[in-house]
Design a protein around this ligand. Structure first.
Ligand SMILES: NC(=O)c1ccc[n+]([C@@H]2O[C@H](COP(=O)([O-])OP(=O)(O)OC[C@H]3O[C@@H](n4cnc5c(N)ncnc54)[C@H](O)[C@@H]3O)[C@@H](O)[C@H]2O)c1
Length: 437
């Protein structure tokens, strides 16, 4: 059966007659589903969140990088629909799994979302289907966890059905590199699986890079994100060092990056955020520990990066001290709370830690973030305040946590009270009340 089912699948993919299912319609799944629809496939998005499927079917996007007009166009053209009905997976030729892979409180991998998604695929799996895992995870997940689940009904991977891992590398908020032009890594459990998955992505992204196994593909993603986490940890430590030595770390980095080889700039900040960089390296260290290997760089970078919110609070205390005020009772206004510039994602945002630490020390807090209209910290709901109104009320201290491009930095720099700038957003301004990280 194998060569026939493979040839049929390949033909359906290459002729765009394949129906493609995407499980998990979040920051990763929705852009991918829209890209497959653009390539000419009939795409069905599956999500457990009925709110999301309703929005998509109404032609509305809830992901800033995907304009509603693009969703509406593919929905109206009949190329994309969304559903919570997992039974419809039976009709899919190819299924991409893009569900969350968070950590448990103990910092161990939480594969429960992946397992639930794979259980749904297993319920209707049939010969000739291609299943691809995109969720970031530790090396071995595809062949140790997903493959046995899919084979439990007697079908053989790479023979009767096809299974691959292809890490998602999307960078929300990045206008230059998007799902379409970020090269896609693909590794199958065997050669036919790699070929089938590569054919699917070749239809819709500009470049596909094949690797020899699912484990290599899984490890590629973890190397990339660990590289970022460790380098951010290093530059955060250099920032702490430079402050002690009265050197402007931002000027150092700007000058160092003029070296045309062997250096890549990373920037300090209030801490790591988002669903990837603070989490993924711990997937790797957890798995490495199973093999008796301790990942020292990952642990150390984790410690340095996790200490940054407390360091920011110390710098706020120092800044307030210059005007003879304590944190307790001071009105402190945070500018930007999303985990990075120009996104609405609050997951793991260091601003939340800064808020919690300041609240514990008795600060009266407010914030401005046009991407995050409200946030909940410890059961306490805060609403974003318009920037001009917030500054007019002359807070005792303002803190730039996230440097969204929409902010009026001249207005922020005009403050006469202390401004703590964790992102060097006020690079062009020099005043004794501006305190840079
Ligand atoms: N956000 C990023 O920048 C990014 C970048 C690269 C890789 N990743 C990885 O991609 C994966 C997805 O991340 P995300 O940011 O898109 O997450 P997300 O939370 O934005 O989206 C995940 C979606 O999956 C849905 N879901 C959960 N369980 C489900 C199930 N059993 N069946 C169907 N739908 C289900 C959720 O309702 C949600 O809509 C993660 O492994 C993440 O590490 C994320």
């Amino acid at each position: 059966m194998s060569s026939t089912v493979f040839a049929t699948l390949l033909d359906r993919i290459q002729s765009r007659r394949a129906s493609v299912g995407v499980i998990g319609l979040g920051y990763v799944g929705l852009p991918l589903a829209v890209e497959f629809a653009h390539a000419g496939f009939d795409v069905t998005g599956f999500d457990v969140d009925a709110g999301k499927t309703t929005e998509i079917n109404a032609g509305r996007s809830y992901i800033p990088d995907v304009p509603s007009a693009e969703v509406a166009a593919v929905v109206q053209a009949g190329r994309l629909k969304a559903t919570t009905d997992m039974c419809l997976l039976a009709g899919m030729d190819a299924i991409d799994i893009c569900v969350p892979t968070p950590l448990r409180k103990t910092k161990d991998p939480d594969l429960s979302y992946v397992i639930r998604a794979v259980e749904a695929v297993v319920a209707t799996v049939k010969p000739g289907q291609l299943v691809i895992l995109e969720s970031t995870t530790y090396p071995g997940t595809t062949d140790e966890v997903v493959q046995p689940m899919l084979e439990a009904k007697g079908l053989r991977a790479d023979v009767d059905f096809f299974l691959a891992f292809s890490p998602e590398r999307v960078d929300p908020g990045n206008q230059r590199f998007t799902t379409k032009n970020i090269p896609k890594i693909v590794g199958g459990v065997g050669p036919s699986s790699t070929d089938a998955a590569a054919a699917l992505y070749e239809s819709s992204v500009e470049r596909v890079v094949r690797v020899s196994s699912t484990r290599v593909a899984e490890m590629v993603k973890l190397l990339e994100n660990t590289f970022r986490a460790v380098n951010i940890g290093l530059v955060n430590e250099i920032a702490l060092m430079c402050h002690k030595m009265n050197i402007n770390v931002w000027e150092v980095i700007d000058a160092a990056k003029t070296k045309p080889f062997g250096f890549m700039p990373f920037y300090p900040g209030p801490g790591l955020g988002g669903h990837c960089i603070p989490i993924d390296p711990f997937y790797l260290s957890w798995k490495a520990r199973q093999s008796g290997f301790e990942c020292r760089f990952i642990e150390l970078a984790g410690q340095v990066n996790a200490s940054m919110p407390a360091y920011v609070v110390e710098r706020i205390a120092e800044a307030l001290n210059t005007v003879k005020k304590p944190i307790n009772g001071s009105r402190i206004h945070l500018i930007g709370v999303a985990y990075k510039r120009d996104v609405n994602d609050l997951r793991e945002s260091p601003a939340l830690d800064v808020i919690e630490l300041l609240a514990k020390r008795g600060a009266a807090l407010s914030y401005t973030d046009p991407f995050v209209p409200e946030l909940n910290h410890g059961g306490h709901v805060m609403k974003s305040v318009e920037l001009a109104a917030a500054l007019e009320s002359s807070p005792d201290c303002t803190v730039i946590c996230t440097d969204h491009s929409v902010f009026d930095y001249a207005m922020i720099a005009a403050a006469t009270t202390p401004v703590v700038d964790t992102r060097n957003a006020l690079q062009q301004y020099d005043a004794s009340n501006i305190f840079r990280l």
